[in-house]
Design a protein around this ligand. Structure first.
Ligand code: ADP
Ligand code: ZN
Ligand code: ZN
Length: 768
């Protein structure tokens, strides 16, 4: 017997399908999806790999005298199922990544041996390891600078899990302490300590967050209509009615989407099929997990970042063995080895968390779609503010739109107002709070109810806005906002790299009052504390969550839900998915920061964020008096996206945005691809980028001479220097997805020269 195999770790040059002889005593055990060891290369070093396919050794395959024999098998059973292997093949064509990278994205990173690992004792305090700088670690991995597989495994594990105990790291990576010590010496990882009880906090928070079970209540009429459409597609016999298996469920927050997912899941499970429910980031949606666990108990496997690596591995094993057929998890749960898949639900489908930042840079929606087509399953995307791409699919007949228009409890939509910061009196030493918002917060405090204040501060650079007309400064080439880099005292377009100095007057209205705006949640907290000295304020952002330790997010939410604070101030992480019945008021500070993100999706994100934030207010059913109030502060108060958010008007936003995308040539009308290069020596990075850019143009002539593809010049990236590495890039835009992917894949094959060692390259295609 012969086995066709691919390597777990290989550079693009060696990333091929190899054939090995299977010794007779192993031929019963070797099957597709199995992990095995083979001798490789001139030195016959043992390498880990996956079996893609087995074939009978025939005469003509019979130069087999030259074939090597595989050495050993790693696990008693295949770790990848046939439909996953098929998916891997499809992904190999679609994404620029090696076989090993694709397989690894499908497996829990801790997978080393499914043999019994022993439970082991847990001391009270455990030694842990974590990465010093995840960004730098990603680059080390991609730069193929690490030569030892043990070190690579450790970095992969830590990138996935953040902090793990040393004991976990040792078993899961099958290493001794010495690779860890080496990594510590190199300054890549550090040791720390953790209380072993730490994660119970989040478990407790999750239990407390579980709402009361409404499984036996009747569905609303709207929900009923939606359910019927989904069930008749699920039950449809072969034929035309069966063809359209993709749905987009559009409904405001609180309209009962989750209830539809859960009841549909129940039906699909009853039909003997498997279900995967994806949520953007579980630690951000503890209530969702609580609700599913409450209802499905042992039938559900949960894959989330609050679990330890070991717990996640155990959950995966339960799925692999077919002990559970319902999985809830974040992005990578789309790969769960669920048998006989019948349904994939993707909640909050518009979230960027569904796109992987590491190779393969896949989009869980695209992968989910492939899996559903392969398994003849339903794909259900849900959102209050669908992505422009997904909504466009419903208009072009590739997906079907389902709508939920009202809230089941009869709760009303909040009343949204815009505070025009060009006219408003600004309060507090930082001038961050408008008079109207101050009044709202003060009133709410007096009524003994809660408020939420959002300040979406992101990125390394600031937006620039005119304090008179509210306009930002656009890149002449890209129609996105340029950013202010204080260090270089200049404006830069993060798309094409174009540089400009700050104009003395607003190009739109001629006002001299143009300024960079940028400041954080801490200032917002002190501004509010200054204005409302009696208010109890809770801050929630990356730093506050990290200070809380593991499960920090859930813990902060729990405190706020328990009424331990009057005002919650935070970044976009407070806008999502949780239900605080007592929140009566929401304020959004500096909406311009979000509107002016240097990305073609900036307005989409802004609309979503404002709508979601507004959705935090008035979720209680206290009638007219209980209607929540929302104030959005902005300089650019007339902005069409803001106006659409003001009226809760998705379709106005969508129409507008789609026109912009069409005119500017962005997705869903064009495919947008980027090639990013970085390394320590800027000249080498620049030359490599230039070289690839020229090659790309030649490759187009070979691979798709007839398709129109626009190539940008090779330029510095927006954030052109990060952790002592320089970054360059160029972009490709066109209609021909297959052509563009083919070009990128061929670029990835071009080996680095000796003097280019340490350079990393990434290739991304949007929509991913
Ligand atoms: P979404 O996912 O759209 O935010 P949910 O499914 O979470 O909506 O529903 C919002 C609220 O309405 C929840 O508190 C839920 O318990 C309640 N709810 C949903 N469907 C019903 C129903 N058919 N009858 C009564 N209450 C419902
Ligand atoms: Zn102006
Ligand atoms: Zn530009």
């Amino acid at each position: 017997m012969l086995a066709k195999i691919v390597l777990r770790n290989a550079t693009f040059g060696f990333d091929k399908i190899y054939t090995y002889l299977v010794p007779n005593e192993l031929s019963a055990a070797v099957q597709p999806g199995l992990r095995i060891m083979v001798p490789f290369g001139a030195g016959n070093r043992l390498r880990e790999c996956f079996v893609l396919e087995t074939t009978v050794a025939t005469e003509e395959a019979g130069s087999s005298y030259a074939l090597k024999e595989l050495d050993a098998i790693c696990d008693p059973v295949p770790v990848l199922k046939p439909d996953q292997l098929r998916l891997a093949q499809q992904m190999k064509i679609r994404y620029v990544a090696t076989w090993g990278e694709i397989m690894r994205s499908m497996l829990p990173p801790g997978l080393m041996s499914t043999a019994d690992k022993g439970e082991g004792m847990r001391p009270r305090r455990e030694r842990t390891v974590r990465l010093v700088d995840p960004e730098a670690a990603t680059e080390l991995l991609e730069g193929e600078e690490l030569r030892f597989i043990q070190q690579i495994r450790v970095l992969e594990l830590l990138l996935e899990y953040g902090e793990v105990t040393v004991a976990e790291c040792r078993t899961l990576c099958q290493i001794s302490d010495s690779p860890l010590n080496t990594l510590v010496k190199k300054g890549i990882v550090v040791y720390g300590w953790r209380e072993s009880e730490a994660e119970d906090i989040s478990a407790k928070a999750v239990t407390e967050l579980a709402p009361h079970n409404i499984e036996n209540m009747p569905l609303t009429d709207d929900q009923d209509t939606v359910m019927n459409a989904l069930l008749s597609a699920f039950d449809a016999p072969d034929g035309d009615a069966r063809r359209l298996r993709e749905f987009l469920l559009h409904g405001v927050t609180g309209s009962g989407k989750t209830e539809v997912y859960l009841r549909l899941a129940r039906k699909v499970l009853a039909a003997g099929r498997g279900v995967i429910i994806l949520v953007p980031e579980i630690s951000l949606t503890p209530q969702m997990v609580a609700r599913i666990t409450q209802r499905f108990g042992d039938e559900v496997a949960v894959q989330h970042s609050m679990l330890t690596a070991r717990q996640r591995f155990d959950q995966w094993l339960r799925i692999l063995r077919g002990e559970v057929r319902l999985v809830v998890g974040a992005r990578s749960a789309v790969f769960s080895p669920v048998d006989n898949l019948g349904l994939i639900v993707i909640d909050e489908e518009q979230e960027s968390a569904y796109i992987s930042e590491r190779r393969p840079c896949y989009d869980a929606r695209t992968v989910g779609r492939l899996r559903c087509v392969n398994s003849d399953a339903l794909l259900l995307l849900g959102s209050a503010t669908p992505s422009v791409e997904s909504y466009y699919r419903t208009e072009t007949g590739r997906s079907r739109l389902l709508q939920l228009s009202s809230r089941p409890g009869g709760a009303h939509l909040p009343r949204v107002e815009i505070a025009d910061m060009r006219k408003e009196e600004r309060l507090g030493t930082s001038g961050l709070i408008s008079m109207s918002l101050y009044k709202l917060l003060a009133e709410t405090l007096e009524q003994g109810r809660q408020s939420v204040v959002l300040l979406n501060r992101r990125g390394y650079s600031a937006a620039v806005v005119c304090h008179d007309c509210g306009a930002g400064i656009n890149c002449p080439a890209c129609s996105v906002n340029m950013r202010w880099h204080a260090a270089g005292r200049r404006l830069m377009c993060h798309y094409c790299g174009r540089i400009a100095s700050l104009p003395s007057h607003c190009p739109n209205c001629g006002s001299p009052y143009i300024q960079a705006v940028g400041c954080g949640t801490q200032q917002a907290v002190s501004a509010i504390a200054e204005l409302l000295p009696t208010a109890r304020i809770l801050r929630m952002d990356q730093d506050a969550v990290r200070d809380e330790g593991r499960g920090g997010h859930a813990e902060l939410l729990r405190r706020f839900a328990a009424g331990e604070a009057d005002i919650l101030v935070g970044t976009q992480m407070i806008a999502r998915g949780h239900d605080f019945p007592d929140v009566a008021a929401v304020g959004v500070l500096m909406a311009d920061l979000t509107l002016n993100q240097p990305d073609y999706r900036a307005h989409e994100e802004a609309f979503r964020l404002f709508t979601q934030a507004a959705g935090r207010a008035g979720r209680s059913t206290a009638g007219e008096a209980g209607i929540g109030r929302v104030i959005i502060q902005a300089f650019d108060a007339d902005n069409l996206t803001l106006q659409a958010a003001l009226h809760h008007d998705y379709s106005a936003f969508y129409t507008n945005e789609l026109a912009f995308r069409r005119q500017a040539g962005y997705p869903p009308f064009k495919v947008l691809a980027s090639v990013r290069i970085n390394g320590h020596i800027e000249r080498a990075v620049a030359e490599r980028t230039q070289f690839l850019c020229e090659k790309a143009i030649k490759l187009r002539e070979q691979h798709c001479p007839d398709s129109e593809i626009i190539f940008s010049r090779a330029t510095r990236s927006g954030i052109w220097q990060l952790s002592r590495r320089y970054r360059w890039q160029f972009m490709l835009t066109g209609d021909d997805l297959a052509g563009i992917t083919a070009i990128l894949q061929n670029l990835a094959l071009l080996p680095l020269r000796k003097d280019e060692k340490g350079i990393t390259q990434s290739f991304e295609v949007d929509p991913a």
